[in-house]
Design a protein around this ligand. Sequence first.
Ligand code: NOJ
Ligand code: CA
Length: 579
Amino acid sequence: MNQFPAIVALSILCMACGKQTEPRNDTEQTDKKWWKEAIIYQIYPRSFSDSNGDGIGDLRGIISKLDYVKSLGATVVWLNPIYSSPNADNGYDVSDYRDIMTDFGSMTDFDLLLSEMHKRGLKLVMDIVVNHSSDEHEWFKQSRSSRDNPYRGYYHWWPAEKGKPNYRYSLFDENGDAWKYDSLTDAYYLHYFAQKQPDLNWENPKVRQEVYDIMKFWAEKGVDGFRLDAFQFAAKDTTFPAFPKGFEQNFIQYYAMQDDLHSYLKEMNEQVFSKYDVMSVAEGAGRTLQEAHDLVDSDRNEINMAYAFEGVDIAKPQGYDLLHFKEVFSKWDSAFAKKGWLSIFLANHDQARLVSRFGNDSPEYRVSSAKMLNTFILSMRGTPYCYYGDELGMTNIGFENVEQYRDIAAINGYKKVVNQGGDVRKYLSNLKFSSRDNGRTPMQWDASENAGFTTGTPWLPVNENHTTINVALEENNPNSVLYHFRKLTYLRHNNPVLVYGQYKLLQKEHPSIYAYTREWEGVKVLVLLNFKAEKASIELADANRIEQTLIDNYEEVDIQGNIFSLKPYQAVIFKIKRE
Ligand code: NOJ
Ligand code: CA
């Protein structure tokens, strides 16, 4: 594990890495489903739009921007948690699953948000955080109050008279220890994340029923889907056996997909998903491609789509290898070629900014590389997840000092390095590139002070480059990343080949260009993406069968004979005549 395990660990919450499985032979891939055709726009509510000047984004703020969201061509919004929370981890520590965080507004605001979304044909996916709750949830307060409290079994307790429990690694703890001693009842409780995020005991049927009831509460309100936070960690061997020394270097192998996890998902499906027209996605996709498959095989009745981290994990502070990138995305595609469904994403609230990580955020190439990356996300098979601000090409803020961070992963990760006498400078320099706060700075609406996000003091600083990267400017510039993003969503909605088409990688060894085709019902498109800041050319037989250029982030592509010459970060999609 490197110097900032919390960040890295999060980004690999469930990297699947096993051997490729043979795709099964049926046609589930082309069954039409609204969630396959969806374009998901992820909103981090704290950072999107502040309606009352307290510096924190809120539900009324989101409502005021719904026309913008609709104009992007998104069809579904995934909202990070908006429930009552003391905010140890910005809402991923829930103290009441049936109420709204005061910072974000009220249930009346939520009801209005949902009806305003539905009015515009937008669907809403809620984030369900049930591997753990907040320690301020009533269940935990009861649970810790005495050993014989009826809620004791809602969490994992280890009585101290049995000695110290076997070591468990915590992603957010400043000592990396997932057991916290509580003198009130002379016992330890388990927290895979921060101390204020005790893990719920999924082996207790009462806990499971509570969760299904909560999900039904939201489904009855009319929400359209659920994203299950860190869910692959939910099931545990409650005897807590010893793991081999150093297991934390590879903790996913020990934490993910344990024991009865699949049966819990089946139960959830039976009680919740099957009763409503909702989509379901769990964060993480197990340890192997087979486990990922099992999660989303429709015959097994668990969840709809896998959200796997292997792709997003590729980018490191020192860069990444395009051949590896192609190999990973192609491997996942081929494993799901016949059955199951994937999410396609390169960014979210746990990652740094798309263009800074995977592209080139220099003034020269920011626009072209952001357009290229959005072209990739919106032209692959799988449901695309677009993170707010990436449609503008927003960049990393790149904090220098630990005092600037708000994220518990960064702050406690820092303390851990200090506690363990590690290399603090290296930690901070990695964090500057990778930190989750890079991806959480306020949405850049205009060039005014605080980017039109708030009239108050923003909870996290606005990136200074908001004077040149913002919605207002990009709305008026047909060459902007925003314009290009809208063209891409329009294309995806109007070309089912981009949703359902079979994917085929071309020239996998090409060092600069990612080339692939998509083909469905007699329609074929060719996607060419130059991932490098230098010109590059590629020879392809399809050159003489081009029917139409569907989208190009430059004026044109230079084609001589069979050779396509691409400019730096050029991204183009052609429609190809049938052979
Ligand atoms: C994964 C979420 O995406 C992340 O933001 C959060 O910190 C952890 N789970 C804990 O809930
Ligand atoms: Ca506010």
